[in-house]
Design a protein around this ligand. Structure first.
Ligand code: ATP
Ligand code: MG
Ligand code: MG
Length: 380
């Protein structure tokens, strides 16, 4: 069989490896960390950084195609690999997703509404900020995730202090919007422009981190879901994107839909597809990179995903982690446990997720609420 490569060894890479292996491929993971979740389960594990030309050359030698699971992999690494084998997504698309300023400019170009914003990379730009953007959220243009690299600011003085605190790096100030809820869409686009999607996901974030994803008929008003899907497709088409792309949205209290950001890879909010859809987001990733046909995935079960953060390991208090009561949760019908093989539980760290499926939205909600109660996750 052919070998498929992935840049990055986190949980997304691990689940990509599982999907590729199920379809008969060998895999190669490039990640410095000896105990990375994907490296642990892959046939090949190249333990170098993304900038190391020798590691990249080794990956290119082993593989028939390469993808990424880490959105901050240097675009240069993708471009180097692309000189000798198919790489998806392309470095050019990943470069846009890596930079909030470029990303927002792309939304504007595609005619997809986003939050009012200003780029702040210089003291002059800071001074020129319009008061209408306050209260707002100052976000570093690069490298933020799970709400990291973000400061909420109410006044100009707080804004100036926040920019200092973030190290005067290039930032984007976004107006704080009154959210009703959040949603996201996973699309997969092939080299020939074929595009398919997973159903629109409704997401609940807590402290900047995804906590719960709910996907079933009626999770969102139909008009909102249609709008989100159309916007996601135009964002992907506009990038001439190849691969799996997640587009995150805010739904405002007045019902308006606003795009938040994109992730050039499978996404935490698409994990339910592993158990609730006939094609998962990771199988879509394999199909995109190998040029296999893309068929429209079908969701066969209403589903809720609960993220399992390291906090759940510390419910007894103290500093010694204790494994949550999986046996109690797995007694509930339709619970599918996914753990990422991370040895050390830390607060705020994504350790795994629980996919819950049932025959109806009512039953899936009741089961998910029971599972949450057992695990100590706040109700939703
Ligand atoms: P991810 O891990 O999804 O990449 P991130 O660090 O890139 O997260 P964002 O998606 O920018 O962070 O923001 C995290 C969360 O903060 C959002 O999902 C939303 O709940 C809240 N948030 C961000 N921007 C705004 C805004 N302009 N108005 C209101 N809430 C916001
Ligand atoms: Mg992000
Ligand atoms: Mg986000």
């Amino acid at each position: 069989g052919a070998t498929l490569g992935v840049l990055g060894g986190g949980q997304l890479g691990r689940m990509f490896v599982h999907a590729a292996q199920a379809m008969g491929y060998f895999t190669a993971v490039l990640d410095q960390d000896a105990t990375s979740p994907a490296g642990l389960v892959s046939h090949h594990h190249i333990r170098t950084g993304y900038e190391d030309p020798q590691g990249l050359a080794e990956l290119a030698r082993l593989c028939a195609a390469v993808t990424t699971e880490f959105e901050n992999v240097p675009a240069g690494a993708l471009n180097q690999l692309a000189t000798s084998l198919p790489v998806s997504p392309a470095g050019s698309a990943v470069a846009i997703a890596q930079d909030r300023a470029a990303e927002k400019a792309h939304f504007v170009k595609c005619g997809v509404p986003c939050a009012p914003y200003a780029v702040i990379a210089t003291p002059e730009q800071l001074a020129a900020v319009n008061d209408a953007l306050l209260p707002g959220i100052l976000k570093t243009a690069r490298m933020g995730y799970d709400g990291k690299g973000q400061v909420r600011v109410k006044t100009r003085a707080e804004l100036a202090a926040a920019w200092e605190q973030l190290g005067r790096v290039a930032c984007v100030l976004e107006k704080m919007l009154p959210l009703a809820h959040e949603c996201s869409v996973i699309v997969a686009r092939g080299r020939n422009g074929d595009i398919v999607n997973l159903p629109v996901q409704r997401n609940l974030h807590r402290e900047g981190i995804l906590a719960v994803t709910e996907v079933y008929a009626g999770n969102l008003p139909a008009a909102q879901a249609e709008q989100a899907l159309a916007a996601a497709k135009s964002v992907a088409d506009g990038l001439d994107y190849v691969g799996v792309l997640c587009v995150e949205f805010f739904v405002l209290q007045d019902g308006k839909l606003v795009v938040n950001e994109i992730a050039p890879r499978p996404h935490n909010s698409g994990h339910y597809s592993q158990n609730a859809c006939d094609v998962s987001q990771f199988e879509l990733q394999v199909r995109c990179m190998t040029g296999l046909p893309l068929t429209q995935p079908r969701q066969h079960s209403p589903s809720i995903m609960l993220n399992l953060l390291g906090d759940l390991w510390f419910r007894q208090g103290g500093d010694t982690p204790a494994t949550p009561a999986w046996d109690k949760v797995l007694q509930l019908p339709g619970c599918h446990l996914h753990l990422y093989g991370k040895a050390d539980a830390k607060r705020g760290r994504k350790m795994g997720h629980l996919n819950i499926t049932a025959a109806t939205p009512e039953v899936v909600r009741a089961t998910a609420l029971k599972a949450a109660e057992i695990l100590g996750i706040a109700p939703f």
